[in-house]
Write a protein that binds this ligand. Sequence first.
Ligand SMILES: CC(C)(COP(=O)(O)OP(=O)(O)OC[C@H]1O[C@@H](n2cnc3c(N)ncnc32)[C@H](O)[C@@H]1OP(=O)(O)O)[C@@H](O)C(=O)NCCC(=O)NCCS
Length: 187
Amino acid sequence: MEITSPDFRLITKRLILRPLTLSDADDLFEYQSVAEVVTYIPWPQRTYEQVVEALAKATAASKLDYEGDFALLGFVLPEENKVIGQISLMYKSKENQTAEFGYVINPKYSGQGYATEASAAAIDYLFSTGKFRRVYAHLDIRNSASEDLVKRLGLRKEAEFKEEEFFKGEWTDTMIYATLKNEWINR
Ligand SMILES: CC(C)(COP(=O)(O)OP(=O)(O)OC[C@H]1O[C@@H](n2cnc3c(N)ncnc32)[C@H](O)[C@@H]1OP(=O)(O)O)[C@@H](O)C(=O)NCCC(=O)NCCS
């Protein structure tokens, strides 16, 4: 099934990953409005209106057909029927068959491996499309929770960049962690 279908699902041991809809705004507001959550991601601490606006934009554009496309999946705890975090998937290069992924979890649900589980399912999915041979995450070097997550996934550190980005008012060092399809399958 295509990721653009509202019925698209990735099922893991404890979670369901699915396309977000506008009715998820309350769940997203619960974490997108928290200062600590957005410290290392390129959004402001969002108001409810900003959550709805970003959600409407992302859901309208969500697809992974061509280079530059972007898809967003929420991960849901089935027993609570609640979106507790989100995974972003970005089609970075057709020629180089490369995708980027990102992840955010509601801090109320962190520390239980949910973001790692959702990220692993997203990487499985990216490779299953046959479009990608390399998947990477781009991290702020200070984001130790994020680095722990990519290490848990078994991704390989590829690069560290000095002052790569002028981010939220300061020059910021960043890192790339990646995996190739054959490394991922044989991990
Ligand atoms: C990065 C982020 C998603 C990590 O969240 P997290 O809750 O630490 O990650 P997980 O949900 O995978 O949980 C991992 C923790 O659960 C523990 N855990 C418990 N059960 C587990 C299981 N079954 N599997 C894996 N880990 C498990 C791990 O040991 C780890 O604990 P630790 O933090 O004490 O080492 C979160 O900090 C976040 O949303 N940050 C803000 C957004 C952001 O910066 N995103 C990254 C942009 S690059």
